[in-house]
Design a protein around this ligand. Structure first.
Ligand SMILES: [Zn+2]
Length: 392
């Protein structure tokens, strides 16, 4: 356990407590009891302190990946998103006089390899996917892609690439420095690194559950400057950057080039760019959580037997920090098979297919609220009444 995780960017032990996140421990769902969100007193980076070591996370992503949902065809939304991402890369790479079509490309933490499949359709050939999940790797192989099952610290630079993509990966990594040492070994001299991460400057503008950005998986909260500070340490020079913030998500993508010759790299600039947004985000989450607790309080008072659908971050937090814990819960359900066949305080966690009684169902998620109701009513034909916690 990292009781005092030093700042992954500057190594400082100075920190300021920003928020205490707590989770119920449901065996097989999460191994985290929570953590402290802190701000580095030296460089200003926001990160989670009081978290388990990297190997616990490695085992979790290997055995409990929730990114194994295989969808054979790429959705239109993905095609649009990937097209924009590809245009962003092409624009910057071609300015450097490089031919992206001929590059050796690796997507690390690729899940079901949607982006690689998109590139393959576009005629790119030298594509490799690397992921800890055996199910994801098997699927990539059936798609005719080269795939390797590994966590990053198992990579040894055997094969090196012109471009590595790290899409929504760095926010999950405890040992960021060990991780980057390995990533660097996997790149050819002058290679490119594409990174996308949640964008801390935009957290408060996204509609989501309270404190969802501090989830059971996200433990690093980058601003544009802190990402640059971190990459500078490893001689990655920023060549292009793009942040997208709207009500659905807040993300940034950035393209770096490995440039060991640059003397300007390695410097860390104190970062205050996300401070205002972070405070605003905490305020917004506290208000929203109060509203949710008011709704749950009525159910807690009546002690009506209920089913809770969803055992993600929202439920794990509510069970220790909200009024859900006071409700008369008969059963939890979750569609993710990795989360089923376990218990929390004697209450079973089951597949939604096992719902066979008429209790009302609390939809314990913001993001999946509509999808849960649709699935329950249309696919399972449930007649139970659904109780939603959010006006969307
Ligand atoms: Zn720092």
């Amino acid at each position: 356990m990292h009781k005092n995780r030093i700042c992954p960017i500057c190594g400082s032990q100075e920190r300021e407590l920003i928020f205490e996140q707590n989770f119920a421990e449901i065996p097989g769902v999460t191994f985290l009891k929570g953590y402290d969100v802190v701000k580095c007193g030296t460089c200003g980076f926001y990160y989670a302190d009081g978290i388990p070591e990297q190997h616990s996370f490695d085992a979790y992503y290997k055995d409990q990946s929730k990114y194994e949902d295989i969808v054979d065809t790429l959705s239109d939304a993905n095609r649009i998103r990937f097209g924009q991402s590809l245009a962003f890369i092409l624009d910057h790479v071609s300015k450097q006089g490089m031919n992206f079509q001929k590059m050796k490309i690796a997507d690390i933490g690729c899940a079901t390899g949607d982006f690689l499949r998109f590139l393959k359709e576009k005629g790119y050939c030298d594509l490799t996917g690397i992921d800890p999940s055996p199910a994801c790797v098997n699927f990539l192989r059936t798609c005719g892609l080269t795939a390797k099952q590994a966590v990053v610290n198992e990579l040894n630079g055997e094969e090196r690439f012109d471009l590595i993509r790290l899409n929504m990966v760095l926010e999950h990594v405890v040992d960021l420095n060990g991780f980057m040492e390995h990533i660097k070994q996997e790149l050819l001299p002058g290679g490119y690194l594409y990174v996308s991460v949640p964008y801390a400057e935009g957290f408060s503008q996204v509609d989501n559950c309270p404190f969802q950005e501090f989830s059971v998986e996200h433990i690093n909260y980058f601003s544009a400057q802190s990402l640059r500070n971190f990459m500078n340490k490893y001689s990655f020079r920023l060549i292009g950057y793009n942040a997208v913030t709207d009500r659905a998500s807040s993300q940034m993508e950035a393209l770096f080039v490995l440039d060991d010759s640059s003397v300007a790299l390695g410097s860390i600039e104190k970062d205050t760019s996300a401070d205002g947004q972070m405070q605003e985000y905490l305020r917004k989450c506290k208000n929203l959580e109060q509203e949710v607790n008011k709704k749950l309080d009525q159910l807690a008072q009546s002690q009506e037997p209920v089913i809770v659908w969803g055992v993600g971050t929202h439920t794990l937090r509510q069970l220790v920090a909200g009024n859900l814990a006071k409700c008369n819960i008969q059963m939890f359900v979750d569609a993710n098979p990795h989360y089923q066949n376990t218990k929390y305080q004697g209450i079973p966690v089951c597949s939604p297919k096992e719902i066979n009684s008429g209790e009302r169902i609390i939809v314990s998620s913001w993001h999946a609220q509509d999808a849960i109701i649709y699935y329950g009513r249309e696919q399972l034909g449930l007649k139970n009444e659904f109780i939603t916690l959010y006006d969307r």
